[in-house]
Design a protein around this ligand. Structure first.
Ligand SMILES: *Cc1c(COP(=O)(O)O)cnc(C)c1O
Length: 362
């Protein structure tokens, strides 16, 4: 699905030098690279605060904690996402409440959010799924009206924009993952939370380091979730290329859409937003034929996601039933993600499209 080595090749000397400097310095935790990377990501998103963390999941969890979401609270999110979006809600003791998606964008449907608001609702975790920004104006309006916090799970959407604003910087907190396969990928785990509220970032900074306000002084129970210097140094080098990486993804996506548009439902690009194609996900009732044809040609494809979260054993306790989220359930039956990454040769993309078209004719 992606070629991590191809991305490494052109920057490998720069990375080697950066790593050598860190090894020579002996400073591996919360040093200059993390600090600089935080400032660079904040500036990229036009926000005042950024906090480097150990993972995207931790960014979600610690944002929820910093926003004081806790047991007894309800947090609305989409059932059609990676499990971490909802897992983090349970870590603070709150209850995930699902609201169905819009079939067209696969993102949470603002009208369905409204239906799920109760006196216990405290926040919305919005996911910009596959790199497409969600309906932020509508969501922010609901949040303002009902006094809810908004956390943007931007793990799949680094660099995506909504009306010229980079996603992650629109809600109360934005969360990123630097898992190697993400649009901005580290060489290990990493994450970040961004915000314009210094109180939230201050809390997350304490939480990531055991609640320590000074040497061996702990004002509350924290956690260990620090981004390390080595990952930060690598990410600083890659950050310089993220817009070019995303442009390449968009070019490949445009090529796929031009070739496949008549045969399957291709990703829809909403106006006023830039989709950064973490995944290129087609929708078709005939995906098994396509999976097989691609596999016969040694090309991978993946179903993200084969089951919505309310079908997961882990969330059985929430008491949902089949039929509760028809759009998410339909999407799970028909989606298929095909290879997309910045270094994908357009000729290879054309070949992949050809194989898909041929499979559909058989
Ligand atoms: C990857 C991902 C996460 C979790 O990030 P990690 O860094 O793997 O913890 C959360 N939400 C979504 C939508 C993701 O794709």
């Amino acid at each position: 699905m992606l070629d991590i080595k191809a991305q490494h090749e052109p920057i490998k000397d720069e990375i080697k030098t950066a790593l050598k400097d860190i090894l020579d310095s002996g400073r591996f935790i919360l040093g200059q690279n993390v600090l600089s990377f935080e400032q660079e990501v904040a500036s990229y998103h036009n926000v005042s605060e950024a906090v480097g963390l150990a993972s995207g999941t931790d960014a979600l969890y610690l944002s929820l904690r910093a926003l004081d979401i806790k047991e007894g609270d309800e947090v609305i999110t989409t059932p059609f996402t990676f499990i971490a979006s909802a897992e983090a809600i349970t870590y603070v003791g709150a209850t995930p409440v699902f609201a169905d998606i819009d079939r067209n964008t696969l993102n949470i449907n603002p009208a369905k959010i409204e239906e799920k608001i109760t006196p216990k609702t405290r926040a919305i975790v919005v996911v910009h799924l596959f790199g497409q920004p969600a309906d932020m104006d509508e969501i922010m309006e609901i949040a303002e009206k009902r006094n809810l916090k908004v956390i943007e799970d931007s793990a799949q959407a680094f660099g995506a924009t909504y009306k010229d604003a980079a996603v992650g910087g629109i809600g109360d907190a934005g969360c990123f993952s630097f898992y190697p396969s993400k649009n901005l990928g580290a060489y290990g785990d990493g994450g970040m939370m961004i915000t314009n509220d210094p109180e939230i970032s201050g809390k997350v900074k304490l939480l990531r380091n055991h609640g320590a306000t000074g040497p061996y002084q702990h004002s509350f129970i924290g956690y260990n979730s620090r981004l390390d210097e080595i990952q930060a140094a690598i990410l600083r080098i890659k950050l310089k290329h993220i817009d070019a990486y995303n442009r390449n993804r968009r070019n490949i996506a445009a090529l796929y859409t031009s070739l496949l548009g008549g045969a399957v439902k291709c990703p829809v690009e909403m106006q006023d937003r830039t989709h950064v194609y973490h995944q290129y996900t087609i929708i078709t009732p005939e995906r098994s034929k396509i999976i097989k044809a691609l596999k016969d040609n040694c090309i991978s494809s993946v179903v993200y996601y084969p089951a919505p979260l309310h079908f997961q054993e882990a969330f059985k306790y929430l008491g949902y039933e089949a039929g509760d989220f028809p759009e998410s359930e339909a999407a799970a039956r028909e989606v298929l993600s095909i290879p997309i990454y910045p270094e994908l040769d357009p000729e290879k993309a054309e070949l992949i499209a050809e194989i898909i078209l041929k499979a559909l004719k058989n």
